[in-house]
Design a binder for this molecule. Structure first.
Ligand SMILES: Cc1cc2nc3c(=O)[nH]c(=O)nc-3n(C[C@H](O)[C@H](O)[C@H](O)COP(=O)(O)OP(=O)(O)OC[C@H]3O[C@@H](n4cnc5c(N)ncnc54)[C@H](O)[C@@H]3O)c2cc1C
Length: 443
């Protein structure tokens, strides 16, 4: 296919954000009669879903300690509900199951969910939590030290590739072109705006660039000559300089190769996605040895797409010179190790009796992958230079299918209140999001 020499809007990345933005922007242009999908070109160096969106666990939840994240997630859950079936979205709900150290944080989340009309139930106290789990979800539940449960009735999980192809179909039906196998290598700028995107197949002039680069955020950020260190205003009112702009974390996930039907709830139906954080000592289901007596967390769900019970544990920080490529399951460095498998399968057994002797069923195939995080681990949605919009989701984002709808409006000049708390200037202004007691950097 010939490479165009000009496109009004160039979108870099055919992941959840690039494709959602392309489709919504095409809709906006059509509605406003100011253009059409033919004015939009999506380019990806590999393929649709070649990045984090293609390997995501697919979990969709509202459970965030940060009010701005929760409002944005509520917006995105509504976007998933608009086309549940063709996105492969399973609206089974989500449970945050927590120890006492998180009780207060989760109480606040529940209160604020009530305020924004996001349906959930909150259970408190060790005995009531145990009863709720055994009577309503799993009769073999036996996790210890749980004192609160937030049961979100909306959300759940979706099939990653199905949702991405559906978005691509919708965009293409409105005239958007998606070119794969084309790498962005740089930007041509004039004063403070981008005039052309340089690619492996030639330069393409443009009026707007929108980048949804996922784990490749640093690469594109550097190409635009943006800073690798950032000043952050602390709560002490002092501007702290020299903070590293990008940090990589490796997400550890895998699949227990049992029949997904084995993991159904008491009624034989698909249960909610389960997320457990715990301070109870975690012992090996293989030999009874102590794995950790520090706080740990896991999440899991039966998933026919993955062919078993799929889930993960808290990620770890990667230091030194990070090689993002080859990405995902092709990476020699950033797929899971036997330590993860041991911990995760033992944690499943800690939660439910049925998993006590199932560790042998773990699917020994590469899984997991890198995420690229901002200084406070929350997204940046902002225009850098005058016409380059960055969707830098700090690895929060498969669930954020609705962000593209808001970005499309912003690119066309309509500021969106839901995106305001995610501007780059928040670091300098000290307008940071509150930090929770969860062991996960994304809660
Ligand atoms: C193992 C794992 C599990 C996860 N699970 C969940 C989950 O359950 N729920 C959830 O909400 N989030 C989850 N996430 C996070 C989520 O996947 C990401 O936040 C989200 O998919 C990022 O979407 P994106 O569109 O920004 O980037 P990506 O999906 O990574 O897409 C970026 C695209 O840009 C392309 N690209 C990069 N550089 C260039 C270039 N120079 N030129 C051209 N193209 C380029 C890449 O090929 C890629 O296709 C998970 C992440 C990982 C790694």
């Amino acid at each position: 296919m010939a490479i165009p020499t000009h496109s009004q809007y160039i979108i870099i990345g055919a992941g959840i954000h690039g494709l959602s933005t392309a489709w919504h922007l095409a809709q906006e242009l059509k509605q406003k009669k100011t253009g059409s999908g033919k004015d939009i070109l999506v380019i990806d160096k590999t393929a649709i879903g070649a990045g984090a969106s293609g390997i995501a666990c697919g979990i969709i939840r509202n459970n965030y300690f940060q009010p701005a994240m929760r409002e944005l997630m509520a917006h995105s859950v509504r976007a998933w509900e608009e086309d549940t079936e063709s996105y492969g979205f399973h609206p089974v709900g989500y449970m945050q199951i927590s120890p006492e150290s998180m009780h207060e944080d989760v109480t606040q989340i529940y209160q604020q969910q009530k305020n924004i009309g996001y349906e959930s139930t909150f259970i408190e106290g060790e005995k009531d939590c145990l009863n709720y789990m055994r009577e309503n979800i799993f009769d073999d539940w036996h996790a210890k030290g749980i004192t609160s449960i937030l049961h979100e009735k909306k959300g759940g999980y979706a099939n990653q590739m199905k949702s991405l192809y559906r978005l691509a179909d919708k965009a293409e039906a409105l005239g958007v072109r998606i070119l794969t196998g084309v790498s962005v290598t740089g930007f041509k700028t004039d004063k403070d705006s981008v005039t052309a995107v340089q690619t492996s197949k030639g330069d393409i002039q443009c009026d707007w660039v929108i980048a949804g680069p996922g784990p490749w955020a640093k690469g594109l950020w550097d190409m635009l000559g943006l800073p690798n260190e950032v000043d952050i205003m602390g709560p002490d009112g002092i501007l702290h300089s020299g903070n590293q702009m990008w940090t990589y974390l490796c997400l550890v996930e895998g699949t227990l190769g049992v029949d997904p039907a084995y993991a159904m709830n008491n009624r034989g139906e698909m249960p909610p996605v389960i997320h457990v954080d715990s301070e109870a000592p975690l012992y090996s289901s293989e030999d009874g040895s102590l794995i950790t007596d520090e706080m740990w967390g896991i999440y899991y769900k039966p998933d026919f797409n993955f062919g078993g019970v799929q889930g993960g544990a808290a990620p770890y920080t990667v230091t030194g010179d990070v090689k993002v490529d080859p990405y995902g399951i092709n990476s020699p460095d950033f797929t899971v190790t036997p330590e993860f498998v041991h911990m995760w399968t033992s944690a499943l057994a800690h939660c439910q009796k049925r998993y006590e002797d199932q560790y042998r069923m773990y699917k020994n195939e590469p899984s997991g992958g890198l995420g690229c995080f901002t200084p406070d681990s929350f997204p940046i949605f902002d225009t850098m230079k005058q016409n380059c919009y960055f969707i830098l989701d700090s690895n929060h984002g498969y669930k954020m299918i609705g962000v593209g709808k808001l970005v499309a409006k912003e690119v066309l000049g309509e500021k969106q209140a839901l995106l305001e708390p995610f501007r780059f200037t928040r670091y300098q202004k000290g307008e940071l999001h509150p930090v929770s007691h969860s062991p996960f950097p994304w809660s």
